[in-house]
Design a protein around this ligand. Sequence first.
Ligand SMILES: [Zn+2]
Length: 248
Amino acid sequence: MRRRLAAASVIVAIASLAIADERLTARERAWVAAGMPVVQAARARGLPIDIVVQPSDQPEASPIALGIADDRCHLVISMRGNPSADALAASIPAERFPAIVEAVFAHEVAHCWRWTQGVWHALPAGFADAADDDAQAREPEALAAMRREMREARREEAYADLVGLAWTGQAHPRDYAAVRDWLSRFRDDALPGDFHDTSAWLRLAQDPSAFGRESDPFRAAQPLWVRGLAVGDRDTDARAQHVSESNR
Ligand SMILES: [Zn+2]
């Protein structure tokens, strides 16, 4: 999740391994075991999720990412020969490991949810991407397309971060503040306006009560995500605009 995830319909070469496979490293086994409650909950909701471990060194890969292949979500773990995986592991206090790993898995599962709902890169009803404003209209087409792609990816990252926190609020309420702070620090590495600059949304989730009483983390994240779309416009380059406002 640190680097750009494998986009839907694009997945890197992978090798399937059974979860309890002795070929897994101790670190991989610990992550898969800790994340399993999230995966089982997702499967119970009917999400088609497989866990895939890349057995070869992946120095450039995101340690955990989600890809789509053969109409299934692949939660891809790339921890071998990967400095980002070492940094990720080092960033997690031992006592928070279960809660943070579940939040990370819930983040990836949220990507799967969006994809299975057929709304990947889609804005909610009532919002439009304001790619045709004056400043952007003067940009070269390639640059405008890059910005649009950046906005679309950032919105998905924001939704997934919120699902991760919604899950945390229910599964690990005592760890909520620690997980949220960890995620904020992790996201601080992102440049303003980058794919992973989800700060506008994380600020809306300072407290788990922000998610209300909805028990489904995918639904619980939705209202905050929508609110963040408007806030994010000003803070970053996320130019989603409420249609009724942009038409005034
Ligand atoms: Zn992500």
